[in-house]
Design a protein around this ligand. Structure first.
Ligand SMILES: Nc1ncnc2c1ncn2[C@@H]1O[C@H](COP(=O)(O)OP(=O)(O)OP(=O)(O)O)[C@@H](O)[C@H]1O
Ligand SMILES: [Mg+2]
Length: 295
């Protein structure tokens, strides 16, 4: 008799073959996963994630956001979309994943985690398999952005470890920086990542962002031995709040505002030559790693 793990492996390897077959026709099997994190809450992760996704999609990438946030201005609210079902329903109520995937006007796909997403554990084998199947049926995804809720949990650390890139958002506020440092410390101590990409949000200007980044980078390297990578900055811009009120991403509503230009520069960097070497994985590798989180 096969044990659960064997069963799952068998299923993944069967799917592997099926997907390979399908991918031959759609020619799309590489997925890059970014987990967007912060130490402190309310620093702008969800706004950053949504606008990054829209800009990447505009440049021809197929983007899926997994919304692990259940705060006020979460991903769906920022898109002006009301999700009827969430990943929570897939895992605990057997709802098919396709019923949970929503497509925004920009083409960005969104899966809402639902409340408690980052606390889910001991998901049954049957539900894991259903989720694997559902994820594998999502064709044409190049990039997955996981928007997390603030606060460290076992699941959050697991998500960081299985994603190829961790993006840490912080503001120049001392409390935000202290909490960012605590998260970096945890990641370094558990050897989860060798390097972390940092975005300074709600900054005055580039000079201010550079000064903040340099301080954080120095501390992380000398005390924790971990490399921080300057991904960019987004200025404090009143257009961001206007767009939240309008429930439309600022990069769509105000494409020429400073915050939009900052996001665009970050996308230049992420999609540029230097970063395109990040190890890409197939969707089935992504989902099998994701399942380890929920076990
Ligand atoms: N660059 C910016 N300029 C001005 N306001 C901003 C900027 N980025 C975010 N905000 C504002 O900060 C608030 C928090 O943003 P957001 O919800 O994206 O943060 P978060 O990190 O996702 O929060 P949580 O930890 O609760 O999930 C929002 O009201 C948003 O309008
Ligand atoms: Mg959020």
């Amino acid at each position: 008799m096969m044990d659960q793990a064997q069963n799952l492996r068998k299923m993944i390897s069967t799917k592997n073959n099926e997907v390979k077959h399908k991918e031959e026709s759609v020619n799309n099997n590489n997925v890059l996963v970014y987990t967007i994190t912060s130490g402190k809450g309310g620093v702008g992760k969800s706004n950053f994630t949504v606008n990054l996704a829209v800009e990447m999609q505009r440049r021809g990438r197929k983007v899926l956001i997994i919304d692990g946030d259940y705060g006020m201005a979460n991903v769906n609210v920022l898109f002006g979309i009301v999700p009827k079902k969430t990943l929570h329903d897939v895992i605990y109520k057997g709802v098919p994943l396709r019923e949970v995937v929503i497509e925004s006007e920009s083409g960005v796909k969104i899966i809402s985690g639902g409340s408690g997403f980052f606390e889910m554990t001991e998901v049954s084998e049957e539900r894991q398999n259903a989720l694997i199947e559902g994820m594998l049926q999502l064709k044409d995804i190049d990039i997955i952005l996981i928007d997390t809720s603030a606060g460290v949990s076992r699941n959050l650390l697991s998500f960081i470890s299985f994603s190829q890139e961790m993006i840490l958002v912080t503001t120049p506020e001392p409390t935000s920086l202290t909490d960012a440092y605590s998260l970096i410390k945890m990641v370094a101590k558990m050897s989860i990542k060798d390097s972390i990409k940092v975005v300074i949000n709600k900054t005055r200007d580039q000079r201010n962002a550079d000064a903040i980044f340099n301080r954080l980078e120095k501390a992380a390297l000398s005390f924790l031995g971990i490399h921080l990578n300057k991904l960019g900055y987004v200025v404090e811009d009143s257009k961001v709040k206007d767009s939240v009120m309008e429930q439309t991403p600022f990069i769509e509503l105000h494409p020429n505002c400073t915050a939009s230009k900052n996001i665009s520069s970050i996308v230049d960097k992420l999609l540029g030559q230097k970063y395109s070497n990040a190890e890409k994985t197939t969707m089935q590798q992504v989902v099998s790693r994701m399942m380890r989180v929920f076990r």
